[in-house]
Design a protein around this ligand. Structure first.
Ligand code: AMO
Length: 442
């Protein structure tokens, strides 16, 4: 492998020979001197080449100058020369006086996208769009976030799972199911690891997590939906109620946000103009019915009282929580059974409500969590009341027939967390390669 110095690791004080590899961001081809800004994944540096002139002022043969003049933006190359520290250089106070250029792959001169290109065009040329430092930063943040979550889980004795993404039946809504041919039968792409993460409880695993793909055949074009997304799931045994799941959830988010702020806080402010706030615990908790009353008092009637919060309702309750508790997160709790899946445990003594919650962050839902119904006879009744055939769910119901602890957990969309943390306008920006109803490329 080529040994290379990342631009951010160029010596901070000493001058001397240096070699860096990256892509050409700009070329300033002047009469007497040429400048190139070269960028790699860690930063950018100015390369400089004074053109060669004879004593009488006539230009001399200068192959390096010709090579620089021919450089197209985006060309990947290795530049070698003499590193010089000079406070007058705006870009980091250093420049490299060029001695040679070694071109790995020349780019076509016409760049297909510009800073003001429409979102769809930028998605067509995603690899070029991602060269922008602010976009590159999103995926550094994602790495830090996931690493901090994994550290939390591992330190707390959770087991990591990789559950199958090919399934025999739906786990969430049948309407949002992708069907695939599977030899002489058919299979479905997993909408969530729901059933398999629950299976880990009767399997005696205690506490588990998974970060993996989930698929939803949702034909809508919203700023928050993708047909494939990364789902962050956790499930724990021996809970008393969904309150225990919320405690886990908020501890995990605090660990993740603290790590992101410590490592990238300054860069996020500089590039995205956003200050990351590490949330305080406990996060505010508001029962859904009360949340609807609060937003009604603020002048917004949720269109259907027997339904979930709609996006405007989520924004309104988030605004209320920010004003009242100065908090960016809120758990909306105790959802009606009519709008929750059959596997959510219902309230003791009032089966119209569930032991469940949605977590709203900066005005958008990022997660659903719940205590699960683990009593098989109750579970069968709940499935039937939702119009499901228990025979279809037999493999799942078996999990509960041979001993199972009380348990619960949550599923959270990774890109939604990033989108809302950075105040991005669309989930596409926070997803490496977005998949939507009309996008399967690149
Ligand atoms: P739910 O269906 O609410 O719950 O999904 C959980 C979280 O996953 C994310 N999400 C999506 N992100 C992008 N595009 C989509 N189409 C999409 N659909 C969902 C959201 C959402 O809050 N099994 C339950 C979770 C559980 O109870 O453990 C479930 O999947 O951030």
């Amino acid at each position: 492998m080529t040994q290379r110095t990342l631009i951010k690791n160029l010596p901070a004080a000493t001058d001397g020979p240096a070699s860096v590899s990256g892509w050409v961001e700009t070329v300033r081809d002047q009469k007497k001197v040429q400048f190139v800004v070269l960028r790699d994944e860690s930063g950018a540096v100015q390369l400089v080449h004074p053109r060669l002139f004879a004593e009488d002022g006539t230009p001399e043969a200068d192959p390096l100058a010709e090579a620089i003049s021919a450089l197209a933006q985006g060309t990947f190359l290795t530049a070698s020369g003499e590193l010089k520290h000079d406070e007058r250089v705006k870009l980091g106070g250093v420049e490299i006086k060029l001695e040679s250029l070694d071109i790995a792959a020349a780019a076509i001169p016409e760049t297909p996208i510009a800073d003001d290109s429409a979102g769809d065009k930028r998605m067509d040329w995603r690899f070029l769009d991602l060269r922008q430092p602010k976009n590159n930063l999103i995926f550094r943040i994602q790495t830090t976030l996931e690493h901090a979550w994994r550290t939390y889980w591992v330190e707390n004795d959770f087991i990591e799972l990789h559950t199958p993404k090919l399934m025999a039946s739906a786990s969430e809504s049948k309407a949002e199911l992708f069907e695939v041919g599977y030899f002489d039968t058919k299979a479905y792409l997993a909408q969530s690891p729901q059933f398999f993460k629950q299976m880990a409880q009767p399997a005696g695993f205690g506490k588990i997590f998974e970060v993996g793909p989930a698929f939803r055949a949702d034909p809508s074009f919203t700023s928050r939906h993708a047909t494939e997304f990364t789902s962050v799931d956790s499930e724990i045994s021996w809970i008393d109620s969904h309150e225990d799941v919320m405690k886990l959830h908020e501890e995990l988010l605090v660990a993740g946000f603290a790590a992101v702020k410590a490592k990238h806080g300054a860069e996020i402010e500089a590039l995205w103009g956003v200050e990351v706030t590490v949330p305080t615990t406990p996060f505010p908790r508001i029962p859904l019915a009360e949340a609807k009353r609060i937003v009604a008092e603020r002048g917004y009637e949720v269109p259907r009282q027997d339904d979930d919060m709609d996006p405007e309702g989520e924004r309104q309750i988030a605004a209320y929580v920010k004003e009242t508790f100065d908090h960016e997160f809120v758990f909306l709790t105790d959802y009606a059974s009519s709008i929750r899946p059959f596997y959510h445990m219902r309230h003791d003594g009032d089966d119209s409500l569930t032991n469940s919650y949605d977590l709203i962050f900066n005005g958008v839902e990022i997660s659903t969590g719940a205590q699960r119904e683990h009593r098989v006879e109750v579970l069968v009744e709940q499935a039937k009341s939702k119009g499901l055939e228990p025979e279809e769910l037999d493999f799942y119901l078996d999990f509960f027939r041979y001993g199972v602890p009380p348990h619960g957990g949550f599923g959270m969309g990774l890109s939604r967390v990033l989108m809302l943390m950075l105040h991005l306008s669309n989930i596409r920006e926070a997803t490496y390669l977005f998949r939507g109803p009309t996008r399967l490329l690149p």
